[in-house]
Design a protein around this ligand. Structure first.
Ligand SMILES: C[S@@+](CC[C@H](N)C(=O)[O-])C[C@H]1O[C@@H](n2cnc3c(N)ncnc32)[C@H](O)[C@@H]1O
Length: 247
């Protein structure tokens, strides 16, 4: 039976690849890679570098363009569902091209359990029932873990709860928990929280371009917005994560 290994590779630092991930990468005959366009070339290159550095045998690298997500209509969830269906169709075709005993691999940024669609897409392929395969997940180090390490902080306070959310939800719902980790924020949504909230912010975590800033939102919020906009302009893309801590 065909196998598919979903391998978490960490969020930018090549040294965050686990020994288990390296072992799994060496089992793979063909890596499926959804190409997201030129601005993310650097991230694609990191994946290739990890393979070059750690795989001792031969393997195939299959690049497929990521289907376009409809960002024009009002229905965010419908657009994402359509996009996942399109991805499922593409992976399904690639799996059908694999020999019956072949092993495919998908390298997932960070960990597959956190804001990543790969496992949902695989469920769709299983539901379509056109190709039989087994799959296994290898965990990776997530961006919030790297953020906490770089700032030398914990996510939670003693016995406390932590919420992990998106910039979109933070802007809509405000702070729900005492400690909140925010990802996928295109709009500096931390500017919407009370000024005495502490923020621990990190961009391009684990990479040579890493930027870290911290303080209260009132004291560093404007600087983070400015640094963020300049970095985004300079590189053409940004990935940032932050923790908000209510006093
Ligand atoms: C689609 S999610 C993927 C998360 C990933 N699966 C993980 O485990 O970290 C992308 C978001 O992760 C965060 N992220 C990923 N890599 C990052 C990095 N190197 N530095 C800062 N934030 C990062 C950003 O919030 C970005 O918008």
């Amino acid at each position: 039976m065909r196998q598919l290994l979903v391998i978490g590779i960490g969020a930018g630092d090549p040294e965050h690849l686990t020994l288990q991930a390296v072992r799994a990468m060496n089992e793979v005959d063909a890596f499926f890679h959804m190409h997201k366009g030129e601005q993310k070339d650097q991230l694609a290159q990191l994946r290739r570098d990890l393979c070059d550095a750690h795989i001792t045998g031969s393997y195939t690298w299959i690049d497929v363009p990521d289907p376009e997500r409809d960002r024009t209509g009002p229905g965010y969830e419908d657009a994402v569902a359509d996009w996942h269906e399109a991805r499922a169709g593409l992976y399904e075709g690639l799996l059908l091209d694999l020999p019956e005993d072949g092993v495919a691999g998908i390298l997932v940024w960070g960990d597959p359990a956190l804001y990543d669609s790969t496992l949902r897409v695989l469920d769709k392929i299983v539901a379509r029932g056109k190709v039989e395969f087994t799959h296994r997940v290898i965990p990776g180090i997530t961006a919030p873990q790297v953020l906490a390490a770089q700032h030398a902080i914990t996510w939670n306070r003693i016995g406390g709860a932590v919420q992990v959310t998106t910039g979109r939800r933070l802007a809509a719902e405000g702070l729900v928990a005492d400690d909140t980790i925010v990802m996928l924020d295109a709009h500096s949504s931390f500017t919407t929280v009370p000024e005495d909230t502490e923020i621990y912010w990190g961009a391009y975590l684990g990479t040579p371009d890493e930027i870290l800033l911290s303080g209260t939102v009132g004291s560093v919020g404007a600087e983070i917005s400015r640094v963020r906009a300049a970095a985004r302009e300079d590189k053409g893309w940004i990935m940032d994560t932050y923790l908000l801590r209510r006093p």
